[in-house]
Design a protein around this ligand. Structure first.
Ligand code: CO8
Length: 261
């Protein structure tokens, strides 16, 4: 990442191999306007290509993670424009990152904000987080995974209730449904997220990527195909230095020295 690059809608920092992207558009609760999303795509491309970055963290500033797509920007758009221009098609960049991504949801994660969090690999939430797919109140439906990723995460009845009613849920309910993996007091959220990020960053990157690929494919493949892919990736790990090192270190009762090879 070119040092000193400033973004209109993001704060970008690096810490110990962890690349942190903070959505920062305070006047609109970090609503996802086109500019914000293209800036985020650019930063993710740079982090992906940067050998010093091993894990990414996505969070929001102030009382929101992201309050959704920018409604004011969408008001005048026509069907022809959004269909022919394939509106939102590039907004899923984060879902295609090979490096692990943790969402630290500190406040509102609504509509596209909830969908963005679900594109990440792990969701940690603060006790102030609020999740929902309120698009139905705007006369539209979720457009970036709110009917698909959400249903896989929390089951049909829960997802249907949120999508049809537009109701919001708090962090503890989201945890109970399996949408988020842990909830922390808001002042501890970033510390806890960074602890996890650093622990993940200390592992072998190619092995992390195999694990991530295998878990993600469970959302798309049949059980037989998924088990087959898992087995092949497991076999592939035996082609690496780090697999040999990890098992040898266990045998020798010492810490492994992974080399990403
Ligand atoms: N778009 C544009 N501006 C917004 C948005 C938004 N989504 N959310 C909040 N803002 C603005 C408000 O208009 C307000 O600006 P102003 O002061 O200029 O009027 C400012 O942010 C502060 O908001 P509020 O005064 O409303 O703050 P409150 O604390 O009273 O309420 C809420 C917070 C409950 C979050 C409320 O702002 C709200 O309901 N926001 C809209 C939530 C919503 O409906 N989101 C879904 C949007 S549709 C969508 O996301 C489609 C998904 C497409 C895919 C995206 C791919 C990643």
């Amino acid at each position: 990442l070119s040092t000193g690059t400033t973004y209109e809608n993001l704060q970008v920092t690096r810490d110990d191999g962890v690349g942190i992207i903070t959505l920062h558009r305070p006047k609109a609760l970090n609503a996802l306007c086109d500019k914000l999303m293209s800036e985020m795509t650019q930063v993710i491309d740079e982090f992906e290509a940067d050998n010093d970055i091993r894990v990414m963290v996505l969070t929001g500033s102030g009382k929101a993670f992201a309050a959704g797509a920018d409604i004011k920007e969408m008001v005048p758009r026509t069907f022809q424009e959004v269909y022919q221009g394939n509106f939102l098609s590039f907004w899923d960049r984060v879902a295609h990152t090979k490096k692990p991504v943790i969402a630290a949801v500190n406040g509102f994660a609504l509509g596209g904000g909830c969908e963005l969090a679900m594109m990440c690999d792990i969701i940690y939430a603060s006790d102030k987080a609020v999740f929902g797919q309120p698009e139905i109140n705007l006369g539209t439906i979720p457009g970036a995974g709110g009917t698909q990723r959400l249903t896989r995460a929390i089951g049909k009845s829960n997802a249907m209730e949120l999508v049809l009613s537009g109701d919001k849920i708090k962090a503890d309910e989201a945890k109970q449904m399996g949408l988020v993996s842990k909830v922390f007091p808001s002042e501890n959220l970033m510390d806890e997220t960074m602890k996890l990020a650093r622990r993940i960053a200390a592992q072998s990157l190619p092995i992390l990527q195999m694990a991530k690929e295998a878990v993600n494919k469970s959302q798309e493949l049949s059980l037989q195909e998924g088990l087959h892919l898992e087995k092949r990736l497991f076999h592939s790990s035996f082609a690496t230095h780090d697999r040999k090192e990890g098992m040898t270190a266990f045998q020798e009762k010492r810490k492994p020295n992974f080399k990403d090879e």
